[in-house]
Design a protein around this ligand. Structure first.
Ligand SMILES: C[S@@+](CC[C@H](N)C(=O)[O-])C[C@H]1O[C@@H](n2cnc3c(N)ncnc32)[C@H](O)[C@@H]1O
Length: 301
């Protein structure tokens, strides 16, 4: 489903059963395991405020337990509600419904950000990456996972003429509406242009094949994958990138420094009814059931 305005379209998970339709009992223990291995290789184990972009139902949020505060952002309120249930009550978590392209945060508010299985749905990665760079403090870590078009299976299919698009050219492939595979060098270039230095790129999910997953124990597949990750050969359907926001470091730990109006960038204040109000354009944003909701203001005419 897409948005009826000029903003980039959003792949809307509102009301979806992503957790049970895609993960639980769906034979993806291997993918889950190797993604966690790659994340641990790239992410500093401890830190202050981490932003998980497109957090979904919080599948990976447990990986961030070394952070003092974890902000889960997702466009889907229902995914965030599932994340609340999944994670249980813990004041370290802040749940925010908003769009990656227009985030309600101040510049430099975070010292780490992760985005896994989300770029896949982003029609305009350049715009999204610039916005992500804006909300990251200089010197901070960004871990980005993206689906890659340049993997072994797509190469073989291309050489056998069973696939029309080339895995080698840099343009993205939209194989289903708002589902994109990207060339690793396209994303490398977009990250550099958005103001990131790339530290390391890790190939992930080399063995994502139903026949192997049926016949070989997950621990064996994950062990082989972990070794292949060290090769750096980007021939897999998933790539994890560890990047650093360019510039020096700043202090960004105060809670009142977290939010800014997603429309005008103005300062947000909490009013008597505990809603957030922008002191520049007067727009009011609701806080309901523990979710800071920036999808639409309460008083938009
Ligand atoms: C495939 S799920 C991945 C969830 C989680 N990162 C994981 O790996 O389990 C993609 C998530 O990205 C969210 N999403 C997609 N486009 C978004 C956007 N423009 N802004 C915020 N969230 C978005 C969806 O709502 C969904 O929860």
């Amino acid at each position: 489903m897409t948005q009826p305005n000029a903003r980039p379209p959003v792949c809307d998970y509102e009301g979806s059963n992503y957790r049970t339709d895609f993960w639980e009992g769906q034979g993806r223990d291997y993918e889950d395991r190797v993604e966690r291995i790659a994340l641990r290789k790239l992410l500093p184990p401890t830190g202050r405020r981490l932003l998980e972009l497109g957090a979904g139902f919080g599948r990976l949020t447990g990986e961030y337990r070394g952070y003092e505060q974890v902000v889960l952002l997702d466009y889907s309120r229902t995914q965030l509600k599932q994340a609340q249930e999944h994670l249980g009550r813990d004041d370290r978590f802040i749940f925010v419904a908003a769009d990656v392209y227009h985030m309600p945060f101040k510049a430099g508010a975070f010292d780490a950000t992760t985005m896994v299985r989300v770029l896949h749905h982003i029609a305009n990665p350049e715009t999204a990456l610039r916005e992500i760079r804006r909300i990251l403090a200089p010197g901070s870590t960004f871990i980005l996972e993206h689906a890659s078009k340049r993997h072994l299976k797509s190469m073989v299919r291309y050489w056998l003429r069973r696939q029309s698009w080339s895995p080698f050219d840099l343009s993205p492939v939209e194989f289903v509406e708002l589902n994109f595979d990207f060339h690793p060098d396209h994303i490398r270039r977009a990250l550099n242009e958005a103001g990131f230095d790339i530290r390391r790129r890790i190939p992930v999910s080399l063995l994502r094949m139903p026949v192997l997953k049926r016949r070989v124990p997950v621990s064996v597949l994950a062990g082989i994958d972990a070794l292949f990750q060290e090769s750096g050969l980007l021939l897999t359907p998933s790539v994890f990138v560890g990047a650093t926001a360019q510039g020096g470091t700043v202090d960004n730990t105060r809670v009142e420094d977290l939010f800014a109006c997603p429309r005008c960038g103005g300062k947000m204040i909490v009013d008597d009814s505990q809603q957030l109000v922008c002191d520049r354009d007067g727009l009011r944003w609701q806080v309901r059931d523990g979710i800071y909701d920036f999808k639409a203001p309460l008083n938009d005419d």
